[in-house]
Write a protein that binds this ligand. Structure first.
Ligand code: ZN
Ligand code: ZN
Length: 278
């Protein structure tokens, strides 16, 4: 079976997306997907310098997101359209936020929580100035260490998103793909072992293909290592911020995952994991 659930996507509730949730759902339905999970950004305390006029940049209001999901679900039910619509959030980890994330997870009937490391040293590596006067290899090492330290503080999460996300933004890397597994194997092993020990999932984020890496995030070398360490639980998401990127490169992703040995993936409903074979 092809991959029929896209478990990571954004809508206009995220600062970096203009796509109405309704259009995301409609597109997924037209693509023949069985389900989607809306996972708008919840990057609380996102550094003010990047969006000085918007104090809530990248922090969606969970109540508004939830109400829109409920409206959509009612609409699909009324029209008898078979699309499962999940209510998720993407928590942008920072050391001081775990209690606030826990409150949100307790207050709202979330289906799915993604844990993401987007920042480093209170800067967003998406912006080239974050890399100024830094040695990329050292910065990437700090990124993985901070990710693990923050993940250990998180109480509420279901999957670890785009583990090697930072390599997307290394300035001037051209076509060569930075090999995290070769250069940071010790800390990556620690992260993978921690995810496995928690019984939680590692995300395969297919946006990597979109960025020209011809690989998902994390890279296949990391996915192979996860498998070798005993990791079997994956979630899959295209991290679409626009409708045309929903389920992006899912065919290639399935083939790549099968070649590693994986036999399926997981979805979450009401924070409960369900395994789905390929
Ligand atoms: Zn993310
Ligand atoms: Zn995302």
């Amino acid at each position: 079976m092809p991959i029929l659930y896209d478990m990571h996507m954004h809508s206009s509730f995220s600062t970096d997306s203009d796509a109405p949730m309704q259009i995301m759902a409609q597109t997924a339905h037209h693509l023949g997907l069985s389900g989607i999970c809306l996972t708008d950004h919840m990057d609380l305390d996102y550094p003010r310098q990047y969006h000085p006029s918007d104090p809530n940049a990248f922090a969606a209001d969970p109540e508004q997101v939830y109400q829109e999901v409920l409206r959509l679900r009612a609409d699909y039910e009324e029209r008898n359209l078979p699309l499962w619509i999940g209510f998720g959030l993407e928590f942008g980890m920072q050391a001081h936020l775990s209690d606030r994330f826990r409150e949100i997870a307790e207050r709202y009937p979330l289906d799915f929580i993604i844990a993401s490391q987007h920042l480093l040293d209170s800067q967003d590596p998406y912006y080239p100035d974050a890399w100024e006067n830094q040695k990329p290899e050292e910065m990437i090492d700090r990124y993985y260490r901070e990710l693990l330290s923050n993940l250990k503080k998180m109480r509420e999460w279901d999957t670890l998103a785009h583990l090697d996300y930072i390599i997307r933004y290394i300035p001037g890397q051209g076509d060569s793909v930075y090999d995290s597994m070769a250069r940071h194997s010790e800390i990556i092993d620690e992260i993978l072992r921690y995810v496995i020990s928690c019984g939680k999932c590692l995300e395969v984020n297919t946006a990597g293909y979109k960025y020209g890496f011809l690989q998902p995030h994390p890279a296949l070398a990391i996915l192979r290592r996860y498998y070798a360490l005993g990791g079997r639980l994956l979630t899959i998401g295209a991290d679409a911020h626009r409708p045309e990127h929903i389920a992006f490169a899912f065919d290639r992703t399935e083939a790549a995952l099968r070649s590693v040995g994986f036999t399926g993936y997981c979805i979450f409903e009401g924070r409960r994991m369900r395994e789905i074979p390929f």
